[in-house]
Design a protein around this ligand. Structure first.
Ligand SMILES: [Mg+2]
Length: 330
């Protein structure tokens, strides 16, 4: 009988807006193709196990799997060089709108988290015998837009029946790591015991953001949300950042359907039109196309008033670090 050997895998998403086609609408398909080609080279070189490239609106996400852990200079440097080269060789050449807008510094200093501009969501974990992953990306909004749906996924039994039925979740619930982006403080609060305190914070989504969620009984990490630019500006608010997030599902964690159900309600979020001066409903949106061979997916198109704020979800099965899929889940 084949023995199951647990393996530590890191799933990294690094994303940036390096120019829109037209205005703030969409990523140029040539940029997605360029990024996929570069990541393919690094898969051949052995740096990456697997990868996938996709966009929502004007933001391109590089999804990468590897064994290097979080904050690895090779992985961050690869993403930075892809964003830089695509800016110089494509975005600036064809004069995309806001070419290179998220690249705030000229040189790479070993970690994208050092205020360089792109957003990062990374999670290192031991791969389970079956490892379903749901990857979210949102456009024209802010990281706090995920507060309400993530609370409902991991703390609301009317959304997630597993909190009542599944013994692994029933015993202990989940621990929420919440970041105060004004003060740089981190709060660790447990649901259901501290539900009212969690809600008291995350109801102010421009200030308090759910960054990570753990299963309390064994501290298995279940989710991570990007908070990068907001993270380092304790005491000063620098504005909106379209967020990405990774959620692990099933087998002692919420089911894929429970993870998605929380997005069925289009609650109002900030970040729409003119530097985020408008609020709008967070709309689940369908990918235009998913090409599993080329490992590229094209995100939904803007429909009205540079918006609305929208969220996409891609579903993968991870196996030995390889990304099976994805399926568009919305
Ligand atoms: Mg955007």
């Amino acid at each position: 009988m084949k023995q199951y050997l647990p393996m530590k895998v890191t799933v990294s998403i690094i994303k940036a807006d390096i120019g829109g086609l037209p205005g703030h609408a969409w990523v140029h398909p040539k940029i997605l193709e360029f990024a996929a080609e570069r990541l393919r080279e690094e898969q051949r070189s052995g740096l990456l196990i697997d990868y996938f490239v996709y966009n929502v609106g004007d933001d391109m996400s590089l999804l990468m799997t590897h064994t290097k852990g979080e904050n690895n200079p090779d992985i961050h440097g690869l993403a930075w060089s892809i964003f830089k080269e695509a800016t110089e060789n494509i975005a600036k050449k064809v004069k995309l709108y806001g070419a290179g807008q998220d690249l705030l510094k000229d040189t790479f200093s070993g970690n994208i988290r050092g205020g360089l501009g792109p957003q990062v969501a990374e999670m290192e974990f031991e791969e389970r015998p079956s490892e379903p992953l749901v990857v979210f990306a949102a456009d024209k909004t802010e990281p706090g837009a995920f507060n309400l749906p993530f609370y409902r996924i991991f703390a609301d039994p009317f959304n997630t029946a597993g909190l009542v039925i599944d013994p692994a979740m029933h015993q202990g619930g989940f621990r929420f790591e919440i970041l105060d982006v004004y003060e740089g403080k981190v709060y660790l609060l447990d649901a259901p015991e501290n539900s009212y305190d969690i809600l008291g914070l995350i109801g102010t989504p421009g200030r308090y953001i759910i960054r990570r969620i753990y299963r309390k009984s064994d501290l298995v990490q279940a989710s991570v949300t990007s908070v990068e630019r907001l993270n380092l500006i304790a005491g000063r608010y620098v504005g909106k950042d379209d967020p990405v997030a990774i959620v692990r599902a099933q087998h002692g964690l919420p089911a894929v359907g429970e993870v998605l159900e929380a997005f069925a309600y289009p609650h109002l979020v900030e970040g729409w039109m003119r530097g985020g001066s408008h609020v709008g409903p967070l709309m689940p949106a369908k990918m235009v196309s998913i090409d599993q061979e080329r490992k590229i997916a094209l995100g939904p198109k803007m429909t009205r008033f540079d918006g609305p704020p929208k969220v996409i979800a891609l579903g993968f099965q991870l196996h030995d670090g390889y990304l099976e899929g994805p399926r568009g889940l919305i």
